[in-house]
Ligand binder design. Structure first.
Ligand SMILES: [Zn+2]
Length: 383
């Protein structure tokens, strides 16, 4: 997919810049205009760690005019085997300040901006709004979903990368031209370990960061075909680079046809730490009914199905009303919500929407009406 240049050219190159970037300028695809676009570009890198270190060094060397760096951590000895922007004498210093002093040594002609904060819902929109493109050098799901959602809402390209042991992945999420991170991963995978737990081959960070910076440069200048709608995977043991297509998900909660999420979540940490496959079985449902628990039982099937058979006490709200968001206004936020359908598939979809919309006390019934008819009330019609 060809995409027009993201950045308009900055001022003409100075004599020093023309000399420094001469190997870029002689490449026909780049030329002086492309280098001026890099000069005019504002790129922010979230994290000055494994991916952020090589990414920042190459962004600086390439002449990206303004480089923002977000990190709140300090340099630790265990970082040095892969976070190559930091050195022995930086141990104990702020990663942002360490990175800025190294960048000044690599290329004094560019501007750096320090963001020594923990990126969260309260600051991400203001920080990102000053930049053209966001590079993700982080290692946790909460920050990835935060970055993705902010980029979707701001309409900015999100250059994502991830490393673990010998495997790396990279993609560009940009809803103006393709899918977002949630289209690829609608829900956080809580069982995937991070690099601190599972380890990573240090040099793999350079492989993936170099792909991220290559993508950033292509997007800024408007050349080639960026990884929009493609996921690149890399296996360092076999040296296999593969590309798989990622389609935009029409049901995506933030970039789909009827998005239900129209703002940032208030707390990404809890979004990523809550188990997503929450369900109860029909026996547990019956126990809750018999013990007089206070909850709302919602049937997400269609009216004609509701007419055939229903679980006592259930209220009909078809799945379509969850998908278009209209159901949410009529649901209580101070009461448990239990969803069910015929077999448990539609109710799982509705539950996902509820969880994303912040209805934390919600669950669905495994096996739905069919399980109810088989295990609780065998006089019910099964259809
Ligand atoms: Zn999406």
């Amino acid at each position: 997919m060809k995409i027009p240049a993201l950045v308009t050219p900055g001022q003409a190159l100075s004599v020093d810049e023309a000399r420094r970037y001469s190997r870029h300028v002689v490449v026909p695809h780049i030329s002086a205009i492309g280098q001026q676009r890099l000069k005019g570009a504002k790129v922010i890198c979230v994290g000055a760690g494994g991916l952020g270190s090589p990414a920042l060094m190459y962004l600086a060397a390439a002449g990206v005019g303004t480089l923002g760096i977000v990190d709140f951590d300090t340099v630790d000895e265990s970082n040095l085997a892969r976070q190559i922007i930091h050195g022995q004498s930086d141990i104990g210093k702020s990663k942002v300040q360490s990175a800025i002093s190294k960048i000044a040594e690599i290329n004094p002609l560019i501007k750096t901006v320090a963001h020594e904060v923990r990126l969260d819902t309260s600051n991400v929109m203001e920080i990102f709004s000053d930049y053209d493109l966001i590079i993700d050098g982080t290692d946790n799901f909460a920050t990835r979903y935060l970055i993705n959602d902010a980029c979707v809402l701001l309409g900015k390209p999100y250059v994502w990368g991830s490393v673990l042991r010998f495997d790396g992945q990279a993609s560009v999420f940009w809803t103006a031209h393709g899918p977002c991170y949630r289209c690829l991963h609608p829900e956080p995978s809580g069982d995937i370990p991070n690099c601190a737990e599972a380890g990573v081959l240090g040099i793999l960070c350079a492989s993936i960061a170099s792909i991220q910076v290559t993508e950033a440069i292509k997007i800024i200048i408007g050349i080639g075909e960026p990884l929009v709608g493609s996921l690149m995977t890399f296996d360092a043991l076999t040296m296999d680079y593969r590309k798989v297509t990622v389609l935009k998900d029409p049901q995506c909660v933030i970039c789909g046809i009827n998005p239900t999420q129209k703002a940032l979540l208030t707390d990404y940490e809890s979004f990523c730490s809550t188990p997503k496959e929450e369900s109860i079985n029909v026996v547990e449902l019956k126990l809750k009914m018999d013990s007089g628990d206070d909850f709302m039982l919602v049937d997400v099937r269609e009216p004609h199905e509701f007419d055939i058979v229903r679980i006592p006490g259930s209220v009909l709200i078809p799945l379509s009303q969850f998908l278009d968001g209209s159901a949410l206004a009529n649901l209580p936020r101070d009461k448990a919500i239990i969803l069910h359908c015929r077999s448990g598939v539609r109710s799982a979809t509705a539950l996902e929407i509820l969880k994303t919309a912040g209805f934390s006390d919600s669950t669905h019934v495994e096996g739905g009406v069919i399980a109810w008819a088989q295990q609780i009330d065998t006089t019910c019609t099964v259809y």
